[in-house]
Ligand binder design. Sequence first.
Ligand SMILES: *[C@@H]1O[C@H](CO)[C@@H](O)[C@H](O)[C@H]1NC(C)=O
Ligand SMILES: *[C@@H]1O[C@H](CO)[C@@H](O)[C@H](O)[C@H]1NC(C)=O
Ligand SMILES: *[C@@H]1O[C@H](CO)[C@@H](O)[C@H](O)[C@H]1NC(C)=O
Ligand SMILES: *[C@@H]1O[C@H](CO)[C@@H](O)[C@H](O)[C@H]1NC(C)=O
Ligand SMILES: *[C@@H]1O[C@H](CO)[C@@H](O)[C@H](O)[C@H]1NC(C)=O
Length: 427
Amino acid sequence: MAVLTGRLFRLRSMATTCIVRPFRVFGITNIIIALIVVIGLLVFLPSKSTDTVYRFVKSYGSGNNELEEEFIPTGPPKTILFWNDDWGYMKDGVDGLFKELNCPVSNCIMTLNQSKLNEADAVLLHICPLANKKNPVWPTRTNPDQIWIFYTHESPCFRGFAGKWEQLYPEWDSKGFNWTMTYRADSDIPMFYGDVWKRETPTNKNYTEVALREKKLAVWISSHCETFGQREYYIKELRKHMPLDILGECGDPNGCPMENRGYIDDTCMDLVGENYKFFLAFENSFSFDYVTEKFFKTLRGDFVVVVRGAADYTRLGATPEMYINTANFSHPRDLAAYLMKIDKDPALYAKMLEWKNYYDGTSYTPRTRQSWCDLCKKVNQNPMPRKTWTNFKAWFNESECRKPPDLDFVTEELKNEPMKPWPRPAA
Ligand SMILES: *[C@@H]1O[C@H](CO)[C@@H](O)[C@H](O)[C@H]1NC(C)=O
Ligand SMILES: *[C@@H]1O[C@H](CO)[C@@H](O)[C@H](O)[C@H]1NC(C)=O
Ligand SMILES: *[C@@H]1O[C@H](CO)[C@@H](O)[C@H](O)[C@H]1NC(C)=O
Ligand SMILES: *[C@@H]1O[C@H](CO)[C@@H](O)[C@H](O)[C@H]1NC(C)=O
Ligand SMILES: *[C@@H]1O[C@H](CO)[C@@H](O)[C@H](O)[C@H]1NC(C)=O
């Protein structure tokens, strides 16, 4: 049997013949026979693999066929060292992470203990804090079989990269990273900020009622008022043409509660859904595939989301009916006219929300869970395909922090116009 050789093998036939059948037979004798078969198998199987018989879920969104293979990991658990969790993504004692996440392959141990560098099978390097620090401490590579992973949630617009690109490219290239783990779909391990999926059972919310309930047109909520994507200029112009409430730091700070790190919390989302027809989910930068939680988090809300960013949202699982894109309008004035037209037509507005009865979506889980599971699965590949990243300039580069393409209308006067006070005094 393939498994006895400790090599990769396809699980499907194995699972049906040896594993599933014992649970399908009835009668004491049959069960005893089945038990004997199973015990016999357990004796012959390498001990480590007995609890690692998994049927893998299909990896969606990754486009990475290697991850879709079905196999049983053999050998001792893999150690993944998160070298610098400076931003506190992991709590202490994360050894059980992959089991806790219920990953199909969970024989990985995640550690934050740098002293385990030599025994680590993979090292996760959080790039942003490393680039941000004056004297970053990098590990030293002693073992070519150790997998080094370039890990970031931030786009190339990240402040810590600014002004340093010519130093960063050769630095990253010289580290000899094996994999990338980022929000980009073409990463070795893509790590999107959220996910959209089809509902198993459609809901049947009456969106005409929603349309009639919501009395306010649109809202923008943010804690970052000056951004690379200069969404603030777009917003300033937009509110000249339509009613637009601004909540959070850039407008009314008490209008909506924010979780730490400036994320909009659920109570706030409910409040928005109760009152507003449109929610502006404008990204802070224009970068390939860069769509953050502010898009995914709003998918469940009773409103239409308006996006602005450089991503092809369909590449990340959204269909065009799920959002309005500022890219479709040549001037904020045209977007305003479009939104106000929909506002006056409850039937049309209700129709634009209909898809929510068939699809669901959310930020982080389950997609983030899947990324961590993919990591554990990928670290378990045997044999391990070899790969090294030697040209970051061609992939994660300065020019991927793109200049906003839609701000022709901006004047110095508009730039200097204050966002606050909010609400603006009546004219
Ligand atoms: C870190 O790892 C080293 C080497 O395995 C071990 O001796 C040490 O006790 C660990 N430290 C903590 C805080 O777990
Ligand atoms: C990882 O990259 C190093 C170069 O830094 C290379 O020598 C090694 O073969 C790579 N290993 C794998 C498993 O890809
Ligand atoms: C949805 O609500 C509207 C407004 O209350 C009502 O006129 C319509 O009949 C409802 N539709 C369904 C299918 O219940
Ligand atoms: C936006 O443009 C895309 C193609 O460029 C088109 O498919 C889509 O229907 C447009 N959406 C709206 C709301 O006009
Ligand atoms: C930057 O990366 C993009 C892909 O994201 C690539 O198309 C472009 O050519 C790269 N720029 C440079 C200067 O290599």
